[in-house]
Design a protein around this ligand. Sequence first.
Ligand code: FDM
Length: 215
Amino acid sequence: VSSQKSGRGAFLLFEGVDRCGKTTQSQRLVEYLKGKGVAAELWRFPDRYTAIGRMIDSYLSGETEADDAAVHLLFSANRWEKREAMLAALHAGHTLVVDRYAYSGAAFTAAKKVPGLDLEWCKAPDKGLPAPDAVIYLSMSPEAAALRGGYGKERYEKEEMQKEVSRQFALLADDTWHTVDAAQSVKAVESQVQEIAEGAVASCSKGPPLRLLWT
Ligand code: FDM
């Protein structure tokens, strides 16, 4: 039996406030890993291309309004509908580099401060999803992020909201988190990210079971 068979891909997750560089870093990491011969795929949430994803997209763009709890559950359902494909890819040995996941889900809804929708409520629907092997949290103050060419036009792209989101993220940090200072140069961030990723890919190649999120 080859060691390849018992191994699996790593689930590497990027989280952080808007404009912290998640998208750039996740793309660069995939290219880097591929260059090292690692089968790596770039995923992102929300996945706006499913039926649920189109509803989310329309809500984020401001085209439609929706109840905060209902929208939260749509974001979660958008992850659950991808669960089987994620598991299949990981078990086939593919490393997934994911741009946002349930931590964004919980942090963004909790940041709205809707009575009843506290952080525990927000985490509940995502309990039991595949858990990341490593969360790479790109840390940056919302003020510094805002200076990076400003926010776009989507619903949550406002400094006050982003400040509260970063407070909620801090409450979600767990033993899978690696905090990287995103205010450094792209290259400096990139090399720290590579080190974290290589460590996780190496340990996942030994085939540890995937964990279930927040259980
Ligand atoms: N977002 C993202 C949520 O509110 N909940 C979630 O579960 C996820 C995954 O959607 F403002 C928010 C975060 C962001 C917006 O994200 C879209 P991208 O990365 O800009 O597409």
